[in-house]
Design a protein around this ligand. Structure first.
Ligand code: GLU
Length: 297
């Protein structure tokens, strides 16, 4: 058996568009760390959302990363091939009694939150906005059975209070830039572990796959830092190993706006078509990174 590598990193893009400089930086960040320590660098395609992901973007991602000079170990894991694994984890959590079906529509949740905001002290705000008020957590067994029997569409949520109850010691996780954190998943309220439409979620899939792939250092942009509180709890609930994390700053353009798909950040394709070499594009990403400021959290 070959010796275990000292470090395993990964880049995990969603094929919902073309990569931009921010993605290039994130991929280079993980790849360089693995290279520097003789470790392993993996690629994972996060394509669980069939409505937004497209095969041509996946092809383009592989092509763009190759053009940048990044190399990865085979096989490339594709999340859409792994739905049975996510289902098995949900079954396990269900058997532990920490899940519940949530029948609420987005509109119903908003109405509930609006009603509660008459009493603002009752509305909690989390990193993604007001937290789910727990309506379906409070359904009784009969109401739940009736709706399930009638095939009401539903998501699956984690009942945080139940999930946390048996955990005696604080769940610690470490970020190499920001230090130690005590996991505080309650900032989000009961998270969705399986969406109505896709039967799983980013939180569940990413946690299971990082463990499955033996990732020891999870690197990603710092807008995902709060999500790590949930991932650390899921690791504890599913007996998965705990890696360490580096949440690197997000790249911004000259005006200080974050590079993002929705703000039309120039794609690697476009830069390439303008005649820039891959070395020039890598240098651009590094230059932006040198000026990137960590978000205050
Ligand atoms: N697939 C996620 C994205 O493209 C990244 C997930 C992660 O690195 O944890 O934003």
């Amino acid at each position: 058996m070959p010796p275990e590598p000292s470090i395993v990193t990964r880049f995990a893009p969603s094929p919902t568009g073309h990569l931009h400089l921010g993605h290039a930086y994130s991929a280079l960040f993980a790849w360089r760390l693995a290279q520097a320590e003789g470790g392993r660098f993996l690629l994972r395609i996060e394509d669980i959302d069939g409505t937004r992901c497209r095969p041509e973007f996946e092809t383009a991602i592989l092509d763009d990363l190759g053009w940048l000079g990044i190399t990865w170990q085979q096989p490339v894991l594709r999340q859409s091939d792994r739905l049975a694994h996510y289902r098995a984890a949900l079954d396990r959590l269900d058997a532990a009694g920490v899940l519940y079906p949530c029948f609420c529509t987005r509109k119903e949740i908003q109405a509930e939150i609006r009603a509660a905001s008459q009493a603002p002290h009752l509305t909690q705000h989390g990193p993604d906005g007001p937290v789910y008020p727990g309506t379906c957590r409070n359904l009784d067994g009969e109401q739940r059975r009736r709706r399930l029997a009638a095939n009401h569409p539903h998501a699956i949520r984690l009942d945080l209070e139940r999930a946390l109850a048996p955990i005696a010691a604080p769940l610690i996780w470490h970020d190499t830039i920001r230090g130690d954190y005590v996991a505080s998943p309650e900032i989000f309220g009961d998270p969705i572990l399986a969406r109505k439409d896709i039967g799983t979620s980013y939180h569940l899939a990413v946690t299971i796959d990082d463990a499955e792939q033996g990732v020891t250092l999870v690197t990603r942009a710092e807008d995902l830092l709060p999500a790590t509180h949930i991932h650390r709890l899921l690791q504890a609930l599913l007996d998965l190993p705990t890696p360490i994390w580096t949440h690197h700053p997000l790249l911004t353009d000259a005006g200080g706006a974050r590079l993002a798909k929705r703000t039309n950040a120039p794609t690697l394709r476009a830069l390439r078509e303008q005649g820039l070499s891959s070395a020039e594009v890598v240098a651009m990403a590094d230059q932006l990174a040198a000026h990137a400021e960590p978000i205050r959290m």
